[in-house]
Design a protein around this ligand. Structure first.
Ligand SMILES: Nc1ncnc2c1ncn2[C@@H]1O[C@H](COP(=O)(O)OP(=O)(O)OP(=O)(O)O)[C@@H](O)[C@H]1O
Length: 273
């Protein structure tokens, strides 16, 4: 298991996934070690977000299985699923904050929905989370008043509100400048160090992936291309892995929107000529 002796908290076994007739994940298998950072990476459209949706129980599995603490996620009854959802936190790509609420009210949402804690207790817990993500002074700000990096941190604070054992993070660095992105990576590592949290991070950012991962799962067209500790991926002689790593370096600054803009500019240029 990726060169680590940690217990597997999640095991994915021969998972396949479909949207209608279209297969997007093929025979995916890997372990998620407890208390470590597992990074799922790959180019856009390779199936990272779909895999994440399976792992958090938003998309039914099959064929194939996902085991949580040895128990098949597909066999969870509603009570077990609710218990699992309480054990996990999710930071979605866009942060998904409620724009009409202050940052502190956003963070309080899971506590108000899932617990019967009194308001003074909730207020203390919210302040702890704000402190944890470095936003102590920004509790009464509206999301629109925050920078992109601060919004991500606020989203992270909300994902941490219930003190999850497992935290899923979708594209932490997307839309952030490199320094802000590195700050978020440090925060992720701190959660592992200080809280012993299990983290599963989805990213297409090579640099960030290598900085934070204990284990890397590289997806390519819905299959696991390589899995293991970062050093074993970096040293891999598998031609497809080498190609993937070099291609990613070339494409670092070229996200989908940039690519589309280039195409449109090129088409515009042709029209004018
Ligand atoms: N709801 C859906 N219905 C149909 N096809 C979908 C749906 N969601 C994703 N897909 C397709 O499944 C494939 C995998 O998508 P997915 O979003 O999992 O990839 P990804 O690696 O997360 O991409 P990105 O980095 O761009 O988010 C893509 O071809 C996508 O078009």
């Amino acid at each position: 298991m990726a060169g680590t002796d940690a217990r597997a908290i999640i095991e994915v076994r021969n998972l396949n996934s479909f949207y209608g007739q279209r297969q997007v994940l093929r025979d995916i298998s890997f372990h998620v070690p407890a208390g470590k950072v597992t990074v799922i990476m790959g180019v856009s459209g390779c199936g990272k977000s779909t895999l994440l949706r399976h792992l958090i129980g938003l998309k039914p599995t099959g064929p194939g299985q996902i085991f949580v603490d040895g128990k098949d996620l597909a066999a969870f009854d509603s009570r077990e699923m609710e218990a699992y959802r309480k054990r996990i936190g999710v930071l979605f790509q866009a942060g998904a904050l409620f724009n009409s609420m202050t940052v502190q009210d956003n963070i309080a949402v899971p506590l108000r929905v899932h617990t019967r804690l009194a308001e003074p207790t909730i207020s203390i817990m919210v302040r702890i989370k704000l402190h944890q993500v470095g936003l102590t002074r920004f509790g009464d700000y509206m999301p629109s008043q925050l920078s992109g990096g601060m919004r991500k941190r606020a989203g992270l604070a909300r994902a941490l509100a219930m003190d999850p054992e497992i935290l899923f993070v979708d594209e932490p660095s997307s839309g952030l400048d490199p320094i802000t992105a590195a700050g978020l990576d440090d925060l992720i590592l701190e959660l592992r160090e200080a809280m012993g949290m299990t983290l599963i991070v989805v990213t297409h950012e090579l640099e960030s992936a290598f900085r934070i991962a204990d284990q890397l799962i590289v997806l390519d067209q819905g299959r696991v291309l390589a899995a293991g500790p970062p050093e074993s991926i970096r040293e891999s002689r598998d031609e497809r892995v080498v190609q993937f790593l070099s291609r990613r370096a070339d494409e670092r600054a070229r996200d989908q929107e940039g690519y589309l803009a280039e195409l449109l500019a090129a088409a515009g240029g042709r029209d004018r000529s």
